[in-house]
Ligand binder design. Sequence first.
Ligand SMILES: Cc1cc2nc3c(=O)[nH]c(=O)nc-3n(C[C@H](O)[C@H](O)[C@H](O)COP(=O)(O)OP(=O)(O)OC[C@H]3O[C@@H](n4cnc5c(N)ncnc54)[C@H](O)[C@@H]3O)c2cc1C
Ligand SMILES: *[C@@H]1O[C@H](CO)[C@@H](O)[C@H](O)[C@H]1NC(C)=O
Ligand SMILES: *[C@@H]1O[C@H](CO)[C@@H](O)[C@H](O)[C@H]1NC(C)=O
Ligand SMILES: *[C@@H]1O[C@H](CO)[C@@H](O)[C@H](O)[C@H]1NC(C)=O
Ligand SMILES: *[C@@H]1O[C@H](CO)[C@@H](O)[C@H](O)[C@H]1NC(C)=O
Ligand SMILES: *[C@@H]1O[C@H](CO)[C@@H](O)[C@H](O)[C@H]1NC(C)=O
Length: 473
Amino acid sequence: MSNNTLIQACLLAALGFNSTRVKFPEAGTIDADPYNLDLPIVPAAITVPRSTAQVANVVKCAASNGYKVQSRSGGHSYGNHGLGGTDGAIVVDLKDLKQFSMDESTYIASIGSGMLLDEVTHKLYDNGKRAMAHGVCPQVGVGGHFTIGGLGPTARQWGSSLDHVEEVEVVLANSSIVRASNTQNQDVLFAIKGAAASFGIVTEFKVRTEPAPDVAVQYTYELILGNITERARIMVDWQDFISDPDLSRKFASIMIVFEHGMLLSGDFYGSKKEFDDLGLADRFPIRKPGNVAILTDWLGMTGHAVEELALGIVGGIPLHFYAKSMAFTRDSLMSPSTFEKLFDYLDNTDKGTLLWLIYFDLQSGATSDVPNNSTAYAHRDTLYWLQSYVVNLVGPVSNTTTAFLEGINNLIAQDVPSANTRAYPGYVDPLMPNPQWRYWGSNLPKLEKIKAAIDPNDVFHNPQSVKPRKQAP
Ligand SMILES: Cc1cc2nc3c(=O)[nH]c(=O)nc-3n(C[C@H](O)[C@H](O)[C@H](O)COP(=O)(O)OP(=O)(O)OC[C@H]3O[C@@H](n4cnc5c(N)ncnc54)[C@H](O)[C@@H]3O)c2cc1C
Ligand SMILES: *[C@@H]1O[C@H](CO)[C@@H](O)[C@H](O)[C@H]1NC(C)=O
Ligand SMILES: *[C@@H]1O[C@H](CO)[C@@H](O)[C@H](O)[C@H]1NC(C)=O
Ligand SMILES: *[C@@H]1O[C@H](CO)[C@@H](O)[C@H](O)[C@H]1NC(C)=O
Ligand SMILES: *[C@@H]1O[C@H](CO)[C@@H](O)[C@H](O)[C@H]1NC(C)=O
Ligand SMILES: *[C@@H]1O[C@H](CO)[C@@H](O)[C@H](O)[C@H]1NC(C)=O
């Protein structure tokens, strides 16, 4: 039998001889259902196990036949890493692992790794009015989100999604099924919390939950724009505002710069009075009255992803796009002149598209309470993230457009070099040099050691995954 026939037979057996649970995508098709249409990837096989045991069977087939493995949860990786990120991987699609239960005494929830964020929001709320921190796109999967970071409007109060994770069930490269927590397989838990795609397949998460907030103010203000100096002033004011060490953790904030203007948007998990006392409306040149809603229902709060989805550019649907990120800390902020250079660049550069956005996304708060070496996710002292994002609605993103985003990072790096040494691993940038260093920073050496110990043959692999540390000769 050819190698091809061998793996096909092995996978079929792994899935209980149910041929509807495996497909072999054809080149030139979009059988694999990629999220970023710029990266049309053709996996060797897409499997859909219905149990942890079947996940382990598939991993065993792949490893013993020399195939790479990636799991897919919501399939919303910017680099299509859930499809392997490059041709020829065996994909483990987790969409049938959607078990859920709530321990009513501890309010620890058990969540199958194929659930989507929207499903988790509803399940947690329906089982004791509970909630946890996560991002705003309803179609993102917990498998990719809880294992890479998971930054959303409540993260300043509760930490990132992975800070909620108490325990995981995970399939390792030798196809064993283990549990990892603070008391067993601690190194596995460390790696899973920020770099899981390189280490195994989580089949279930146990997460700490919080009582869902019962009131929130959602605000979106359109800013009155002036010349370059005045726009830079707005950014400096925002940066000063969010740098206040006493800034309420109930406050989330995103500044969005795009072709047609600037928006100041976010959520505040408190009363309208407390929100008004922050003084946003007096501090910034906003077009009054702005869009300010007071919401008293948690599902309504999470349903209004104002800052992203209202713009209609960044959505849950497949697109041709490219994105980059960089991080600013309290010791590495932008000066007025750096912001001026940035706005000058934005006004005078050929972008090759009108669909571009730059988000400045306030972070810190509870995400900074955790030491930077206690989970794989390293960028704990980030005060705010910059994410730049471009879309082409009709075809591949052009080189002009890619170069436009690279130019933003390079321009800022001239003045704030450290900002460009970090990238958010959840915003996969397939073109970035040295990705592992930028994603995991000072945790990379430890991750490489754990990788060498538990996945020396690099079964769990994508083009930017952690590679096993080479032993000294
Ligand atoms: C529209 C949109 C909005 C977003 N908003 C936010 C946001 O607000 N905050 C934020 O933090 N991020 C955000 N992201 C980024 C998002 O968190 C990542 O893209 C995430 O990795 C997607 O997870 P997924 O399961 O949907 O993707 P997938 O493509 O299925 O998986 C992504 C990676 O995780 C691995 N993986 C998936 N499941 C498992 C598992 N069970 N065990 C081990 N590895 C696994 C995959 O192998 C792959 O490498 C957004 C993305 C999009 C597209
Ligand atoms: C921008 O506008 C301000 C106020 O109107 C003015 O003082 C300043 O000189 C202008 N700057 C530039 C670069 O035009
Ligand atoms: C993390 O770093 C601190 C300070 O450098 C050190 O004391 C601690 O032992 C480290 N923890 C781990 C888990 O490596
Ligand atoms: C874009 O750049 C890549 C890599 O530099 C090159 O291979 C490709 O031909 C370029 N595409 C276009 C349309 O110029
Ligand atoms: C983590 O903290 C250590 C010491 O406190 C520091 O040297 C290192 O640069 C930090 N890493 C990151 C990614 O912030
Ligand atoms: C599988 O790998 C893990 C991690 O290295 C190890 O603890 C376990 O003993 C291995 N299981 C088998 C059956 O070899």
